[in-house]
Design a protein around this ligand. Sequence first.
Ligand code: SAM
Length: 261
Amino acid sequence: MIKAKKSLGQNFLIDTNILNQIVNCVEIENKNILEIGPGTGNLTKYILSKKPKEFTVIERDDDLIIVLKDRFKENINIIHDDVLNIDETSIFNESVIVFGNLPYNISTEILSKWIINLKNNFWFESLVLMFQKEVADRIIASYNNSNYGRLSILANWKLEIKKICDIKPSSFSPKPKIDSSLLLFTPKKNFYKIKNPKNLEKITRVFFNNRRKMIKKPFNQIFNGDLKILKKLKIDLNLRPQNLNFETYYKLAEEYENLRG
Ligand code: SAM
């Protein structure tokens, strides 16, 4: 009997309806699959039943590695490591579908890392990821919404995002204290060609530093009151950061890069 480790965010999925919903939201047959944090293999089993081409999992917990080897034998490739140490682009030569019922304490870090490292050719064709519902609400929020902010702007830059379902604590063992949501991400064909994602991060960090205040101060801090940019992007400095839509932030990042040469 495996005792779940809180420190590794271990809440194992036991709800067959949800497990079915996860594996049915994308086509798995004959596709390369990467699963992050397979745990005892509950989702792994469902994925395997859909006949993937190659199937690799990354799990950090020593005890669970033994369970996975015993349960799945040669049917999956097991990487025993911390996902944050892995260059995910080097695992497969072809595009991959990623599944992750991620530990909540590192889920945004992983997603941000993947988006920031994305080149023009995507290493994945979709991501099927579970988040704490509150975090998922921030990822999918659009402008004029109180959840809209740095994470929504970064995630929506290169990815199409769809919510598949919300998941109650009773779907897991042990039960977490919070609700979860499953999100499906697919690459956008067209997105703003910001050269360095760090510039987009900087703009959103400064603008959302005080989300209740007007954007005059952060705009002046970054653009030194440049009227040409204000006019070109039709920005009203009396607005609050959450009132500027996605495109405006991407264009601001491009203007910032133009200024810096
Ligand atoms: N996917 C399984 C399920 O649905 O039943 C388990 C999900 S559980 C929320 C998260 C899993 O991620 C655990 O198995 C945990 O050991 C693993 N994990 C935690 N931190 C990790 C890390 N940094 N790298 C890889 N796996 C990690």
